[in-house]
Structures are given as C-alpha cells and as structure tokens.
Design a protein around this ligand. Structure first.
Ligand code: UD1
Ligand code: CA
Length: 432
C-alpha cells in the first residue's frame, strides 16, 4: 500500500490531569498511541509520529516497541496547532494519511476507506447530536467546502451537526504547498491543518467527505473518555475470543488484555481478569481469578486464585485462594490456600492446604524444587532454597529447612502435650 501516515501526538492532553503523557495512558494493556500505531503499520511502511510535549518519554516508549517508526519533533513554540505539527515532514509516498494519537479505537478497515476514497483530499466526518468541541464541516453538493473551528464559528455555523473527525488522506503535493502557507490568523492563533481544505477548494480541488463511525473516531481527552474507550475495546476483544471458541460466563464482568491469546477450548467464569501477555490453552479459569503474564495449558484455576507473572502451569489444578508466582508446575494439584513462588513442581505431586514457599529472606529470592509424586502435607513451610526429591512425604505442619531425599519422610513437630481437666480449672468452673 503506497500511502504515508502521520500520527499527531504532540498535544498536552491537559484534560487527563496526569503526569503521564496522554497517549501513553493504556487501554486494555497497551498505550493508546500503540493502538493507533498498530492500525497504521498494517497499511503503511512509512509512519511518522509527531511529538512535542514530554518528547523524550514518548519517543522512548515508541522505540522500545516499534523499530521503523519515524519521530518528528514539532516546533510548537513557533508553530502551534495541528497545521504546525506537519511542518518539515518528508513523505515517501504520493498520498498522506493523517490521524490522531488519541484515537485508539480506529480500525484498519476504516482507515482504508479514507485511503480508497480518492479525490484530492478525503476527510472523515461524523454526524453528531452534540457537535461541541469539534470543527464544523460545511458540505455543498456532496463536497466539503470548509471546516470552521468552534471558536471561529458564526452562530449559524455553530448549529451544524456534521463535524470533522480529524482524519484525512491528502495528496502529498498539496500538503507540501499548503502547510508552509498556513497562517495563524484565527481565534486560537494556531496553525490549523483544517485550513488546507479552504485552500484546496479555492484552487478548484475536490474534498470528499467520508462518513465514519463516531465510536471509532472519537478522541480520548479525559479519563471518562479513557474508561469509555476501554469498555468498547473490551467488548471487541471478548467478542473476538468468543467467536474463536472461548466460553465466557457473564462476559461483561470479564477483563482481557489485548495481548492475551487463547488456544483450543477455554472457559472463563465471571469476574476473571487476564492481564499482560498470557497464553491460555484448553483451560478453565473459574470465577474472580486473576492471571498475569503466564501460560496455562490443560488445567483449571480458581475460583479466586491469582497466577502472577512468569508462571507456566500445565495439566495442573489450582484451587481457591492459591497464589502462584514465577513457577513451573507440571501435573500438580494445589487445591487450597497456598503461596507457591519461585518454584518448580513436577508431575503427580499434591500440595496440601496452607503450604507456603518461603522464597524471600528479606534480601534475596530463592527457589523451591519439588520432584514427582511428592505428598506435601497441609500447613507446610518450605524454606528456600530447598529441594524435595521424588516420592517423598512431608508431614502436615512441618517447616522444611533442609533438602529431603527421594523416598523419605520429613516431619518437624513440637510434641503434643495433653493436660487432663485443664479447662475447668482454668475457667474456675467447679462442679458444685
Ligand atoms: C481538531 C480539528 C477539529 C476536529 C478535531 C477532531 C484542527 C484545527 N481542528 O481539533 O476540526 O473536529 O480535531 O478531534 O485541526 N496536536 C499536535 N500538535 C498541536 C496540536 C495538536 O500534534 O500543536 C495533536 C494532538 O496531540 C491530537 C491532535 O493533534 O492528537 C488533535 O488535537 P486537538 O487539540 O485534540 O484537536 P482540536 O484542535 O481540538
Ligand atoms: Ca486544540
């Protein structure tokens, strides 16, 4: 596809009231700018992002995830505004698609509609109930004649309900002539990109309106918009995976990161949260469990379990109130109330209720290795680093501070004492 893309992301995003640059606020696990970038790189090999506010921080974030994106620094002191943003950019292709970094919901197919629309300029428009905040679009005989910014509108123009959604596909040759010729003679004293429409019309050029979905093109300006965009994206993600074979109980209560992946047949019960890059295959995740950056294959988890980053569970049963962190479990049963951190546990092993791997001594983290067919009794503490070899037994209530060889029993208990008649003496409940 021979189109260059520019993503405008230099703005301050004041309404977010945040130290984090607006475009780095995440939606379904990914900065909103990356959602726009993902749509862009699917259709162009020449993508430029315009930055200014918190330049270094946003640039670094982009470069950590994307290799071939060009970064352009806007001279926002001298040339503020969406038109100023485009000064001095070089394009590889004859047409340029311009979009905003705060439009995380825009899809590749909608962008292609603009690219395919033809004309000298194609621009996205939406019909809205409440046009406030948007530039109003004047359309005559099916062509755009002018975009008037809200602050520059006459009272009649203010009533126009067809507005500029802010995405354009423009012939490069026009951009190269119009951008340097823009003036800032307007209410905001900014260089408006939207003025290129007027310039094109004056030259007898054709500006085509392309009507698009408001839901996709609505910009995120506040945290209310952010929450709303996430809801829409969650609906899309859930729908996608349900159609791929994932059963969801009360889907509206389930959260799934956009980087999650499901294989085979899976079931997610209500209130489940899947964060980060998870791969879940033929697994049943029960109500209110939280899974983070982990792999789960052929097993079940929960209800109310937490699987933390770096875990890999296969053929494993994890029951309620079990926390697993950075552990590899193969064919294990851990049914109740345990913490398994920095551990490796092998096939056929049963972890009794209340088992704790003591993986941290206040300074460093240590590993617990448990072999095959081991029986760990309830309320065991495994003080790492420690290894429990195959086919051994740990008696309930033990604190394991040394390695346990294969075939052995490990038991550490204070002897039980029974004092007859103590109750009545203690509470002074005489027989009389
Ligand atoms: C702009 C349009 C308006 C349209 C609206 C749609 C202009 C003059 N007006 O409004 O017609 O209805 O978008 O959302 O273009 N940005 C920069 N550099 C700047 C200013 C903005 O890169 O100097 C970026 C912002 O980061 C943002 C995008 O451009 O991603 C749009 O900026 P914003 O201030 O939201 O647009 P408006 O001027 O309100
Ligand atoms: Ca503005």
């Amino acid at each position: 596809m021979s189109v260059s893309i520019v993503i405008l992301a230099a703005g301050k995003g004041t309404r977010m009231k945040s130290k984090t640059p607006k475009v780095l606020h995440t939606i379904s696990g990914k900065p909103m700018l990356f959602h726009a970038l993902d749509a862009a790189v699917k259709i162009s090999d020449d993508v430029t992002v315009v930055l200014h506010h918190q330049f270094d921080r946003v640039k670094e974030a982009i470069e950590s995830e994307y290799k071939k994106i060009k970064i352009h620094r806007q001279d926002a002191e001298n040339y503020p505004g969406t038109g100023g943003a485009l000064r001095g950019i070089d394009y590889r292709h004859d047409r340029v698609l311009i979009l905003n970094g705060d439009m995380p919901l825009v899809t590749t197919s909608s962008l292609l509609r603009l690219v395919d629309a033809g004309g000298d300029i194609a621009m996205s428009v939406i019909d809205v109930e409440d046009p406030s905040g948007y530039g109003r679009v004047v359309i005559e005989k099916g062509e755009v004649k002018e975009i008037v910014e809200e602050k520059d509108c006459s009272p009649e123009q203010r009533l126009i309900q067809t507005v500029n959604a802010g995405v354009y596909c423009v012939k490069r040759e026009l951009l190269e002539r119009y951008i340097p010729a823009l003036s800032n003679d307007n209410a905001q004293q900014e260089y408006y990109l939207t003025d290129i429409v007027k310039m094109a019309v004056e030259e007898g050029r054709h500006v085509k309106p392309v009507f698009v979905e408001e839901e996709e093109f609505k910009g995120v300006n506040s945290r209310v918009d952010l929450a709303h965009a996430e809801e829409i994206m969650q609906r899309r993600i859930r729908r996608y995976w349900m159609l791929e074979g994932v059963t969801m109980r009360l889907p509206e209560t389930i959260y799934i990161d956009c980087r999650a992946e499901f294989l085979g047949e899976c079931e997610l019960e209500s209130g489940v949260q899947i964060h980060g890059r998870c791969r879940i295959e033929n697994a049943h995740i029960k109500a209110h469990s939280v899974i983070e950056d982990s792999v789960i294959r052929d097993g079940d988890v929960g209800p109310m379990a937490r699987i933390r980053p770096g875990s890999n569970l296969s053929h494993t049963h994890i029951g309620n109130f079990v926390e697993v962190k950075k552990s590899i479990l193969k064919g294990v049963k851990a049914g109740h109330l345990s913490y398994l951190g920095d551990s490796e546990i092998d096939e056929g092993t049963n972890i009794g209720a209340g088992t704790i791997t003591c993986n941290y001594d206040g300074k460093a983290k240590y590993k617990t290795i448990i072999g095959k067919n081991v029986f760990i009794g309830s309320d065991t503490q495994l003080v790492a680093p420690v290894t429990v070899e195959d086919e051994s037994i740990i008696a309930a209530g033990s604190t394991v501070t040394r390695d346990v060889p294969s075939g052995a029993l490990a038991i550490s208990r204070t002897p039980l004492k029974i004092v007859e008649g103590f109750y009545r003496k203690f509470f002074n409940k005489g027989r009389a």
